[in-house]
Structures are given as structure tokens and as C-alpha cells.
Write a protein that binds this ligand. Structure first.
Ligand SMILES: *[C@@H]1O[C@H](CO)[C@@H](O)[C@H](O)[C@H]1NC(C)=O
Ligand SMILES: *[C@@H]1O[C@H](CO)[C@@H](O)[C@H](O)[C@H]1NC(C)=O
Length: 168
């Protein structure tokens, strides 16, 4: 009987410390990002009819150089290495959910300009719908949009979203 109570108390203690650990994990920080899978859309208007495609990348590890990265294929519209870094937003180191994903896509479409870059503010999770807005206007995925032109006049449009990630 007594040992039963001790066992129960130990189990409750274990459950409690488990919850504590989960609570601490909510303090996401940039150093803990092990990988991210991106959803990438390219609308390549070099082709007069447009060439639009969306793909999910493999899990990509942060802080790679472009020459250390596999190319991603965006359908038949584009291809190239996608590299990124994650930093804690200025002044928020150690605070929950204030990060920044900065990515560069070495797009094969862009030849004589800088490769497109994009900045995604990120709280470490998906986004809940905002009140009093049409839910169809909101994506639960943190993301960014940019455009770049080839030879100064053909615009190409890029969308990047955080689809999935793992903590290190
Ligand atoms: C993609 O580009 C084509 C050609 O410029 C344009 O007609 C179309 O509206 C674009 N689509 C999106 C989603 O931007
Ligand atoms: C990538 O480029 C850097 C500098 O540009 C060079 O030091 C490094 O050796 C290259 N790595 C590979 C795998 O080519």
C-alpha cells in the first residue's frame, strides 16, 4: 500500500517535470533550429505565358554556403540552391518566439542581378487566424514574397513559406 503511494507520487513527479521541459521548449531560439522545409512558388514571366509552380523542399539545414547546397527544383520554372540563416530578432535573445529567417534563392532565372532574398519574421510556430479578417486571406504558414527582374525588365515572382521544421 505504502509503496503504491510512493510509486504514484513518483509518477506524478515525473509527469510534472515532463511538463516543465515542454514549457521550456516553447522558448524557441534561432540556435535551436535544426532544419526547415520550405514551400516555394516561382512565377517566371520570362516565359510570356508565365510558368508558375510550387514545391516543398527537402529538409534544409541552416548556414550552408550556396556551393554546399543541393539545388531545389521548382517544377520546370526554376532551380538553384536555397540557403538561409535564422537569427534572434534584435534585443530579444532568449525571449520566446522572436526570430527572423533570412533566405537567398540562387534562382537560375536571374542572371545579371543579385539573387532574390527574402525575410520571414517567425515566432517558432504556425500562425493562428487573426480576428475580424477573412480567414481565406491568411496563411497559417509564416512566409514572404519578393520579386526580381532578369535583364531589368522581365519580373519573376517568388513566394517562400515555412512548411515544417525540426529543433536541434
Ligand atoms: C504570373 O505571371 C503571369 C505573367 O506575367 C501573370 O499573368 C499572372 O497573374 C502571375 N500570377 C501570379 C499568381 O502572380
Ligand atoms: C565554397 O566556396 C568557399 C568560398 O567561396 C570555398 O572556400 C569552399 O571551399 C567552397 N566549398 C565547396 C564544397 O566547393
Amino acid at each position: 500500500m505504502a509503496s503504491g503511494r510512493v510509486l504514484l507520487a513518483s509518477l506524478l513527479f515525473l509527469a510534472g517535470s515532463q511538463m516543465l521541459v515542454c514549457g521550456q521548449n516553447n522558448k524557441f531560439s534561432a540556435e535551436k533550429v535544426g532544419w526547415i522545409r520550405f514551400l516555394v512558388t516561382v512565377n517566371d514571366t520570362w516565359n510570356p505565358d508565365g510558368c508558375i509552380a510550387t514545391v516543398a523542399t527537402d529538409p534544409l539545414v541552416p548556414n550552408k554556403k550556396y556551393n554546399q547546397s543541393e539545388k531545389i527544383m521548382v517544377g520546370s520554372c526554376d532551380q538553384g540552391p536555397l540557403v538561409y540563416t535564422v537569427t534572434n530578432a534584435v534585443g530579444t535573445t532568449g525571449k520566446a518566439g522572436k526570430m527572423s529567417v533570412d533566405l537567398t534563392f540562387y534562382s537560375s532565372v536571374i542572371e545579371d542581378a543579385s539573387p532574390p532574398t527574402c525575410h520571414i519574421p517567425w515566432g517558432g510556430s504556425y500562425m493562428s487566424p487573426r480576428p475580424n479578417t477573412d480567414p481565406r486571406d491568411d496563411s497559417p504558414l509564416p512566409g514572404c514574397f519578393t520579386m526580381e527582374s532578369r535583364e531589368g525588365y522581365h519580373m519573376t515572382y517568388y513566394w517562400f513559406y515555412l512548411l515544417d521544421w525540426g529543433w536541434a
